[in-house]
Design a protein around this ligand. Structure first.
Ligand SMILES: Nc1ncnc2c1ncn2[C@@H]1O[C@H](COP(=O)(O)OP(=O)(O)OP(=O)(O)O)[C@@H](O)[C@H]1O
Ligand SMILES: [Mg+2]
Length: 270
């Protein structure tokens, strides 16, 4: 059953990152995020869920260091020293943002190339991540030859090629059809379970957030803020049995109710 409580206490290791009372005001005066506090531990799967404009992307970009916070603190208590070719973060955008003139292999190589890793040295890890996302046979094709779901797989492979501790995903599957989305949800969970990084996953979908997450951060707009954090206390692996269970439905209803409060009665897409 969903329980509403503060984030679980960090077990043995300190949190990966710790946001305290973080606000973001853009130069035009918009208060995109107000007073957000969040701890993210190792191997968590956290979703940011809320209506358009509630600051989900802003919060994600703050964590990624793509935007500066206006007040509050964001700390990385573990401060992992990245090895050569490794980065603490991977980022997956809503659009796959692939280079159309480059083959799949070279698209995935990009972050390593930028880090100074040669094509030959990068080849084994590129092959490995392409295998992880189910595209090992597609290294030599151009993005135009791939379906939308496959392009998103390439984008995920590119984010994973640096072996990040934390994968940030901004509505990665929103543009995909239902069947492809379910398949990618399952494959993402399998990769996450095996490789034990943490994920922050932005979504509009109650169903997707409950299926994937160990914790859901419910947000509201104007100003963007956290309403509630809901723990989805269900074991992994999760599959069709969970998706069709009454417990899944109960979690969805609890999250829906929390969102409804956040929206003041308006509807949200799912
Ligand atoms: N660069 C910017 N300059 C000014 N205002 C911005 C900027 N980026 C975002 N905002 C505003 O900040 C608020 C939060 O935006 P954000 O993109 O984080 O919302 P979101 O929850 O990701 O929405 P969506 O679900 O539509 O993607 C919105 O009111 C938006 O208009
Ligand atoms: Mg957004």
């Amino acid at each position: 059953m969903s329980t509403t409580l503060s984030p679980p206490a960090a077990a043995s290791s300190p949190p990966l990152f710790q946001m305290r009372n973080v606000s973001k005001r853009f130069p035009n005066g918009t208060l995109a995020l107000e007073g957000m506090s969040l701890d993210c531990g190792d191997h968590e799967f956290i979703s940011f869920l809320g209506p358009s404009g509630c600051g989900k992307s802003t919060a994600l970009r703050l964590v990624a260091g793509l935007t500066r916070i206006s007040s509050g603190t964001l700390d990385w208590p573990q401060r992992p020293p990245p090895a050569a070719g490794q980065r603490a973060l991977g980022f997956v955008f809503q659009e796959p943002t692939l280079m159309p003139w480059a083959k799949v292999f070279d698209n995935v190589w990009l972050p390593l190339k930028l880090a100074g890793v040669s094509r030959d040295a990068a080849a084994p890890v590129i092959q490995q991540v392409l295998e992880m996302v189910g595209l090992s046979r597609f290294a030599d094709v151009y993005p135009r030859e791939l379906s939308g779901g496959m392009k998103m797989r390439v984008s995920i492979a590119r984010a994973l090629v640096t072996q990040p501790r934390l994968l940030l995903m901004d509505e990665p599957f929103a543009a995909l059809d239902e069947m492809t989305r379910i398949k990618l949800n399952n494959d993402l969970l399998a990769i996450w379970r095996e490789h034990r990084f943490s994920v922050i996953f932005v979504t509009h979908s109650v169903y997707e957030s409950v299926y994937l997450s160990s914790r859901i951060v419910v947000m509201a707009a104007r100003p963007g803020r956290v309403i509630e954090q809901i723990v989805v206390d269900e074991p992994y692996p999760r599959g069709e049995e969970f998706r069709t269970s009454s417990r899944y439905n109960q979690h969805c209803m609890a999250v829906q109710q929390s969102l409804h409060g956040a929206l003041g009665g308006q509807d949200i897409d799912h």
